[in-house]
Design a protein around this ligand. Structure first.
Ligand code: SF4
Length: 243
């Protein structure tokens, strides 16, 4: 942003000649992708003013555990499992010392339960050993935790600590490509493109709104473009013209 501002400042001081006037005109053309991102964000804000994290939690550790459980599983299913889980294990030490077989049984219905139980326990052991039992508050400290990638870290930062982040899940990735906001499949590159297009203090809510829209309108197999508020501005990349 600072770079853009200083570029604009030096632009204002430049003596205009026919050559650099032509240059200036082409450089000052508005970036269509940035303009589209702004309009999309405005529409989604109007449509989903109260978008929020669908997982139930009361503290950062509960959100961390619920997010690990949500991999390859619906939030509804996770929300059915977590009340008993959170009642049984109240802090990171409890998970660190848990009987693994018992933990597996409680989370079994979320799928991939052996791997998830192993990750939750290893993650909580690291939280106890390296962070005094408290979930850390930075991307650099969250990502090394077992079972935690950038997506999960952004969920924790944005929702538990109010630190802006864009979690790129399957919905955010798919919609961003269809909307022409990115050309990438790699979630890290999608995240970087979105971070460049969306103002920082809107990152977390933008992620929530994209997920709401992906679930309700722009579904993976059946995007409802005819009924979508974005239909006039969305390039529908990768979709048939007939959708
Ligand atoms: S117009 Fe179609 S592709 Fe674009 S966001 Fe809406 S439903 Fe998705």
């Amino acid at each position: 942003m600072r770079e853009r501002e200083s570029e604009a400042a030096s632009w204002r001081c430049m003596k205009m000649t026919p050559a650099n006037t032509k240059n200036a005109m082409s450089r000052s053309k508005p970036d269509p992708r940035r303009q589209r991102a702004r309009k999309i964000y405005a529409h989604l804000t109007g449509l989903y003013p109260d978008a929020h994290c669908a997982l139930h939690y009361t503290n950062p550790l509960e959100l961390l555990v619920a997010t690990i459980l949500s991999a390859q599983c619906t939030d509804e299913r996770v929300n059915k499992v977590t009340p008993a889980l959170f009642a049984r294990y109240s802090d990171a030490r409890a998970y660190a010392n848990a009987n693994l077989a018992e933990l597996e049984t409680i989370i079994q219905s979320t799928g991939f339960f052996r791997n998830k139980a192993k990750n939750i326990q290893a993650c909580c052991r690291m939280i106890v050993e390296q962070h005094g039992g408290a979930v850390p508050k930075s991307m650099e400290e969250l990502v090394p935790l077992p079972g935690v990638g950038r997506k999960t870290a952004n969920v924790i930062l944005g929702n538990a600590f109010g630190i802006p982040g864009i979690p790129v899940d399957t919905h955010v990735g798919r919609l961003s490509r269809r909307m022409g906001l990115t050309t990438h499949d790699d979630p890290v590159k999608v995240e970087a493109d979105l971070m460049d297009l969306i103002p920082k203090d809107e990152w977390t809510m933008f992620g929530h709104r994209m997920i709401f829209h992906g679930r309700q309108v722009c579904q993976s197999r059946k995007p409802n473009c005819a009924a979508c508020v974005l239909t006039k501005i969305c390039p529908k990349v990768g979709l048939d013209a007939a959708v």
